[in-house]
Design a protein around this ligand. Sequence first.
Ligand SMILES: Cc1cc2nc3c(=O)[nH]c(=O)nc-3n(C[C@H](O)[C@H](O)[C@H](O)COP(=O)(O)OP(=O)(O)OC[C@H]3O[C@@H](n4cnc5c(N)ncnc54)[C@H](O)[C@@H]3O)c2cc1C
Length: 395
Amino acid sequence: MAIDFTFTDEQQMLADTIYKWASTWLDPQMEELDEKDEFPKDFFKELGKLGMVGITIPEQYGGAGLGYTEACICTENLARISNALSMTWGAHLVLCADNIKRNANEELKQKYLPPLCDGTAMGCLGITEPNAGSDAMSMRTTAKLDGDSWVINGSKIFITNAPGGQTLLFYAKTAPELGPKGMSAFIMEIDPWPKGYTCEKIRKFGMRTSPTGLLSFDDVRIPKENLVGEVNKGVAILTGGLTTERITLSGCALGSARAALELSLKYAQERVQFGKPIAANQMIQEKLANMYVGYETGRLLMYSAAAYVDSLTDKRGGKGTVLDMKAAASLLYAGEVSTKICMDGVQIHGGYGYCLEYPIQRHYRDVKLWDIGAGTSEVRRIIIARELLSGTKWA
Ligand SMILES: Cc1cc2nc3c(=O)[nH]c(=O)nc-3n(C[C@H](O)[C@H](O)[C@H](O)COP(=O)(O)OP(=O)(O)OC[C@H]3O[C@@H](n4cnc5c(N)ncnc54)[C@H](O)[C@@H]3O)c2cc1C
């Protein structure tokens, strides 16, 4: 086993470039954007200048042709400034474009990937429904073939990037009587809204600036050829996508954790109480040390999972694979440890940590999502235990 925990020069340059861009372009706007819950309209245009909008998409479609390790570098370094916009980028690329790359036919790839890579289209993924969250397979949205169109009826909730987005990859039942085996994947163009489609923006306490939508479909027609993969084979696409999504999105949580540690280190050395900086107190030092260990551990888990998936030819994952376990473990740990780290960060900042001028509170509000989104902590534990108990060879 070759173990090398260092980034290549190119990977380090990518990390530095993204963080520098986020610090100079994004950071000065974040307090106001968060207050107004407003998405920065030039976000993808500016990211496009760095060449990272379609980082995991092959160059022939306008991407950079890099791996999931590089995708994690992007989510982590973007989230050091904005966890919410790192999630928006992750949803656009890994949830939408990357799943099209892995599963759609050549015509669909040629049509939909270039605008997703140059940032002229924003992508989103629709799995969750009002009555089908953790139990995603019980979704009720249907797709019925009628002549040259699929007719879509139903709804989706919590869809990142749907308000203002252009390209929706989504799942619907094509044979409801077959349960999970009767599900298929489709692409819908949502800008302008097709007839019968509506999207309502959801108000949230965190991840503000990342638009989240409640969608409804009332006899919405999409072209027959917008089926992704084969009919009734959507479940493998969905589960295969969730593994790489969980690994890459771990970077969102860990980026906030790193920011919390960096902000707290600075604050603890500047804030003087009882005649000395609060960092001189061992109870503050204990928090800082624990924050560091949690962040480093989460980071090792995420990048080892990313390197693992990059090394696989077959990246589908699914029941019986170590990839499913590693992906679930990566986001489970990243979400929980980063939530604790951000909470400790607020504590170190005292009353100022509770005030909107201090970015630590935004990381704290945002990071909680990573115990919930892309399958909750409980669902991730169910996946890991399922594999442990069914004898999957994990060590
Ligand atoms: C900001 C945001 C962005 C999101 N973005 C997207 C997106 O882009 N696309 C998309 O499709 N979805 C998205 N989601 C949806 C997200 O993936 C779901 O919220 C999540 O899967 C949980 O579903 P639920 O909210 O219906 O909770 P529920 O499934 O109702 O769960 C409620 C609670 O019960 C627990 N629970 C449920 N079943 C079990 C069980 N068997 N054992 C133990 N505990 C259980 C859960 O862990 C949770 O704690 C987003 C959500 C948010 C908040």
